[in-house]
Design a binder for this molecule. Structure first.
Ligand code: ADP
Length: 650
């Protein structure tokens, strides 16, 4: 068939047989890899079809404010298990020095020499150490599983929220920001749930346990240690925390500068070379890289002060203990065993403080991530479904704009007092210069946005009062830039309605004139298309999008015609497909080509946010107004030019 020639594309991705020479990329598995693929597939576990209930309004659980405890409490068993293991780990870890004390006092000092006591203590020591290792391992597994589940839930919750939000949100928010919510923010939280919280609990508990043991062993010595060592350590840690946070922020800002400079220089390399800017660029880069190095040096200096200083404080404490404790031993106020145990505990006392200070940043990051995610989840869609919204019954297709005002930004109207009625089965073309408000009219009909004033009605029902699902299932939209998803041609075609038979798909392909070509592909309609169909030409993608709309069988069709100039043949095929698609349907065509406008039942000329003219193509040409000027310009350019933006202004 003639259309085969149109699929020039960029050729097959794999060298998969002669049938791909027609041009559509062959996306299946090459035969030489098929055996391996079959083996891999055999190892795949069963994935039962998930049962998804999507409602436009969030359910009871999704309406709750996002907090970490609430997220975690969805898995009470895992939380109880994890906490018990944390307690067990901290207790078993701290039994060692106490056993040492017992072994010295009851097995080593004169009068109490006993190999049996020493052996039992040593064995117990070993057993408890082993137990703490096992408990720690189990705890890591449990918190890891808990974190994985909690984050899985959160990812789905955020993604579901994206599906509910209105179009304005996605145009205002940069997709990069949204991606970072889904990646780095959720990863920060995962880190916190997986390691952070349990580490905080273990270290905190360890400090409490040690303090209790120290005081129960000897109040005086414990008081000396705590009073002297803890304040020093506390002051030092507060300083370190502030300084390291400053360093962290500094290096984060400066690495951002390095990356920005790098990407600008790389993207602009042609301009750089052409203008001999290399030397200046190197100087610039040296400057930002130097600033980043300084920030890193600062962080290094801070750590170099904190680490050795805590060791110094520890040594100071030990010296103090040796002096005061030794005297107490001589006065028989303290046993040798207890003194040794004190030494051992004192060393262990510092570790949690150091770890807690170092982990503080990750706690802070987790906290700010949860705040950002909470804000995101609390954004409500600007186009929301009314509580009393009912399903829209099957419509005839009468579309009414009633005194509609609309603006994207407050106080700036893009459309003002629009009144228009489109009869069932009628096709209406919107024409006018770029930026006049044609697409905006279409977006209002589909309820991507709500009018600021006035109403949009379908068969006399205000579309604000019906459920979004029932509304959109009767409206078909073919956007200007046809978007194809990763997957086969079939999945792309059956996007709007799932229960579609092969016969229907074939009919749709016939209508848009792609059937012969698709059947020639190695896997027919199951051939996978790559990278959102970027390997197809714009015309081919447009035809597939038309076939998709045809299969969805909407009552009303809204079509934003592709502006990219198609070759004459493609245009004819698309127009033929359009004729079939529009049969018996009401349609809004945003017409960039006057050929399309001429085929519509009526033409609406829009300019500066208002309707300038309405009438059948013939009437408008005879009237000699704005449209007839565009028409004349079009004829003068050989009938191939798109609507001329300047045609209306003169
Ligand atoms: P047309 O389809 O006639 O070319 P549009 O309906 O797309 O025009 O746009 C009408 C006006 O609204 C233009 O001035 C455009 O800049 C503005 N506009 C369109 N989309 C947005 C948006 N998301 N936010 C703000 N302004 C917008």
């Amino acid at each position: 068939m003639a259309w085969g020639g149109g699929f020039g594309g960029s050729g097959p991705m794999f060298g998969g047989g002669s049938s791909t020479s027609s041009g559509l990329p062959f996306g299946g598995i090459p035969s030489e890899l098929m055996d391996e693929a079959t083996k891999l597939l055999a190892q795949e576990p069963d994935h039962p079809a998930s049962n998804i209930h999507f409602t436009q309004r969030p359910n009871e659980r999704e309406r709750h404010r996002l907090t970490l405890p609430r997220l975690i409490s969805a898995y009470p068993k895992w939380v109880v298990g994890g906490s018990s293991l944390v307690i067990l780990t901290s207790l078993t870890l701290q039994a060692g020095p106490k056993l040492t004390e017992y072994a010295i006092n009851n097995g080593m000092v004169s009068g109490h020499r006993s190999l049996r006591v020493i052996a039992v203590c040593a064995l117990l020591y070993l057993a408890l150490a082993l137990m703490s290792v096992v408990a720690q391992r189990a705890q890591v597994v449990v918190t890891g599983k808990l974190a994985a589940r909690v984050m899985h839930d959160l990812r789905i919750r955020v993604f579901t929220h994206f599906q509910r939000l209105s179009l304005d949100f996605f145009t205002e928010e940069k997709s990069g920001v949204l991606m970072s919510r889904m990646t780095s923010d959720i990863e920060n939280l995962q880190q916190l749930v997986q390691d952070g919280i349990s580490q905080f609990a273990i270290q905190g508990l360890t400090m409490i346990v040690i303090t209790i043991i120290l005081f129960s062993t000897n109040v005086v010595l414990a008081a000396w240690t705590v009073l002297l060592v803890v304040p020093l350590l506390f002051v030092l840690s507060i300083w370190f925390h502030g300084a390291s946070e400053r360093g962290y922020l500094l290096s984060r800002d400066r690495i951002a500068n390095v990356l920005a400079d790098l990407s600008e220089s790389l993207y602009g390399i042609r301009v750089v070379t052409a203008n001999n800017r290399q030397r200046r660029n190197i100087t610039n880069h040296r400057h930002v890289v130097g600033a980043y190095r300084d920030a890193n040096l600062y962080t290094g200096r801070v750590s170099a002060i904190y680490g050795p200083s805590t060791v110094m404080i520890g040594i100071l404490g030990q010296g103090l203990l040796l002096g005061i404790g030794g005297q107490m031993v001589l006065r028989h106020q303290l046993s040798i065993g207890a003194l040794v145990a004190f030494f051992l505990y004192l060393n262990r006392f510092f570790q949690p403080i150091q770890l807690l200070v170092q982990q503080y940043n990750s706690l802070q990051q987790g906290r700010s991530s949860i705040i950002r995610l909470r804000e995101l989840l609390e954004t409500s869609p600007s186009v929301h479904e009314d509580r009393e919204a009912t399903d829209l019954a099957t419509i005839q297709g009468r579309i009414t704009f009633e005194h509609v005002d609309f603006g994207y930004l407050e106080g700036q109207l893009v459309l003002a007092d629009i009144n228009l009625e489109i009869a069932p089965g009628e096709s209406v073309a919107f024409v006018g210069p770029t930026g006049a408000g044609k697409s905006t009219m279409a977006k209002l009909a589909n309820r991507f946005y709500d009018p600021v004033a006035g109403r949009v009605l379908l068969d006399g029902v205000d579309i604000k009062n019906v459920t979004l699902h029932s509304l959109r299932s009767q409206l078909g939209v073919v956007p200007q830039e046809a978007f194809l998803f990763a997957g086969s041609i079939r999945t792309n075609l059956t996007f709007g309605r799932t229960s579609i038979t092969d016969a229907e798909i074939e009919e749709a392909l016939d209508v848009v004139g792609l059937r012969e070509l698709v059947t020639r592909l190695p896997q027919g309609v199951d051939t996978v298309i790559h990278e959102r169909g970027q390997t197809l030409s714009a015309g081919e993608r447009q035809l597939l999008a038309l076939a998709r709309a045809f299969l969805a069988r909407p009552r009303v069709l809204i079509l934003d015609e592709a502006t990219s100039s198609l070759d004459l043949h493609s245009e004819t095929v698309i127009e033929h497909a359009l004729d079939r698609l529009l049969e018996g349907r009401s349609a809004i065509l945003i017409a960039h080509r006057l050929t399309t406008a001429q085929r519509a039942d009526r033409i609406v000329v829009i300019d500066h946010g208002g309707i300038v003219e309405v009438g059948s193509p013939r009437e408008l040409i005879e009237r000699g107004g704005a449209y007839s000027k565009m028409y004349d310009a079009w004829l003068a350019s050989g009938g191939r030019d798109a609507t001329r933006p300047d045609a209306l202004s003169n």
